[in-house]
Design a protein around this ligand. Structure first.
Ligand code: S3P
Length: 174
């Protein structure tokens, strides 16, 4: 196993944790949101606004397909990647799909100040309720798509990393 995919709701720490893991294993790091923005030379918000969510999901799935062919890589996915059945089908086949599981309170606290490029939650009247509803619809999909669940509530980055490392030995075998 030489590939780790991180999934989970917005604000659960996928990008930060992914970067640290990549450093630790000397792997490449790719964040699907960043990659899409680079590839299409625009922002996620603009893709949602101009072309719609379905178009974004198609771009996301095709990028995931491309990235899963690579080795020695840590992939941090967008929180809604599991909205595409095709993505779930791809993730199920992978060994090291790690779900960073955060509860509503953790998510709300972390996202309060970072809504700018998150069109799914930006401008929602009742922000907490919107997070809860969206998380409810996604929970089973994260579960289904992942082999490992890490509870990230009340943990700092180092604690989450060491929880992840329990599952990964020196040979990167799960
Ligand atoms: C989304 C999550 C975002 C980004 C887009 C949609 C979602 O990624 O892909 O705004 O539907 O949950 P992060 O989880 O990295 O914020």
């Amino acid at each position: 196993m030489n590939k780790i995919v991180l999934i989970g709701f917005m604000g659960c720490g996928k990008t930060t944790i992914g970067k640290q893991l990549a450093k630790k294993f000397n792997f490449d790091f790719i964040d699907t949101d960043e990659e899409i923005e680079k590839k299409y030379n625009t922002t996620i918000s603009d893709i949602f606004r101009i072309y719609g969510e379905d178009d974004f999901r198609k771009k996301e799935v095709s990028l995931l397909d491309e990235l899963l062919k690579k080795d020695n890589i840590i992939i941090s996915t967008g929180g809604g990647i599991i909205e595409s059945i095709e993505a779930i089908d791809m993730l199920i086949k992978e060994k090291a799909v790690i779900w960073l599981d955060a509860n509503v309170l953790t998510i709300v606290n972390r996202l309060k100040l970072e809504l700018d490029n998150r069109p799914k939650l930006k401008n929602k009247k009742d922000f907490e309720l919107s997070v809860k509803r969206l998380l409810d619809t996604r929970y089973e999909k994260y579960k289904k798509s992942s082999r490992i669940r890490i509870d990230v509530n009340d943990k700092n980055i180092d604690e989450v990393i060491s929880d992840i490392l329990v599952y990964i030995d020196d040979n990167m075998l799960l």
